[in-house]
Design a protein around this ligand. Sequence first.
Ligand SMILES: [Ca+2]
Length: 506
Amino acid sequence: MTRILFFIAACFPFLAPAAERPNIITVFIDDMGWTDLSCFKGDHVKTENIDRLATEGIKFTNFYVNSPICSPSRVAFTTGQYPQRWRITSYLNNRRSNNNRGMAQWLDPKAPVLARELQKNGYATGHFGKWHMGGQRDVDDAPPISRYGFDRSLTNFEGMGPKLLPLTLKPGQDPEKPGRIWQNATRLGEGVIWMQRSHITKGFVDAALKFIDEAQTDKKPFFVNLWPDDVHSPFFPPLDKWGDGTKRSIYYGVLDAMDEQLGPLFDRIRNDAKLAANTLIIVASDNGHETGAGKSDPLRGAKTWLYEGGIRSPLIVWGPGLMEKAAVGKANTSSILCALDVNRSLYTLCATALPGGTRLDGEDLSSTLLGRERRSRNAPLFWRRPPDRPGFGHGLQEDNPDLAVRNGRWKFLVNYDGSDPQLYHLGKDPGEKHNVAGNFPEVVKDLHAKLKKWNSLLPQDAGFPKPRKGPGPTSKLSNPVPGQPPGIPRLASSLQNLKAFPLLGP
Ligand SMILES: [Ca+2]
């Protein structure tokens, strides 16, 4: 009988009893630098609650997100597919701006969503925090978060449905007369609660704790996104954490407050033997730090850049009841993996069937995440810069390469037109200071070919240059979406012709 049950479980893992499936909490921080958490060598504030997860779990130092900016990074984590497939290649803004950049207005609900498949498999699913995959500014007809497979949601000014909106307070300001920001977001669904910006993470945590209690009562495994508004600007830390009031100081005040407010969520799981034995907590940042706020030393670049500081993120996986004991408390410095892979791995870890009719770009690295092995993803990892971030003036006075690929020790960056090829040996040169493209022509040729092929199979956006009509560099773009307004000017020139634009991925 045991053998038969084992056979059934092996063939149909998604039929495994609910009690055996782990609970999942993902904490996707907004705009935090590579070296801001004290467990990642940050020295401004002590993030003791997140650090404790690292001490009792595993931290990964070669983890990447799939875009250096909010919306596409969230789409990758959510769908397990490159966000270019869904034409979300920069932050979602107002309708006209999205059009101008050749982007969709929101994540197509037809996209595969991990939460939806978990929900079908009996999970209670909740999203608490920033969404930013549709429904912001004047885009008030985006699908509600529930359309993506969430039983419950509570979001901020960049998502549809019930939301927490921020009151603001600065030192010396009359507390009876707080400021308000993002007031227009009241149009994005019912259920608006105004609360101090400095306590909004607590607001999301309180809602998540209630949701977890209800899932426990219902005897359902749970999948919870706790995606803070922190540590994105503008910065409004609690009044006792303003320090000297500089941008850097109040940024770290927000980071410190966020860590404190996440503590009760982590403690709820850690202090409950049953939950501690069967829950996985995953902590990462959706992209690098804002220039002048956090830090990514010794990495080059920041948010919006394809250099490491824009796309490499801390990753902490906690789950003492599920992980290899010998790996706990250690750093995995060798496995190269990305948000797409975490998404794909969670299907396996949650014994849930993959979505039908599509192929995920992530690879199953569930054993790596649990510390049972140190495998990396097999396929190279590719990036395309946001169409509105060609560089110069967005934090770094240099061009932002259009495309990048990481394959093993190598990172290669290049523009669409083949100009400015850069090759870095990340093992020896994580700061991307020494371009060795001239020394390794075969590596350059191979990675450039792979990168061009990857990019050619995906829908274009307005970052692609307009075809040249005569001599001289191209300075304007056209929107590759038929019938849409023209795009934005770009500084770098390019020779690549626009190709037919597939309206829908993948
Ligand atoms: Ca972000």
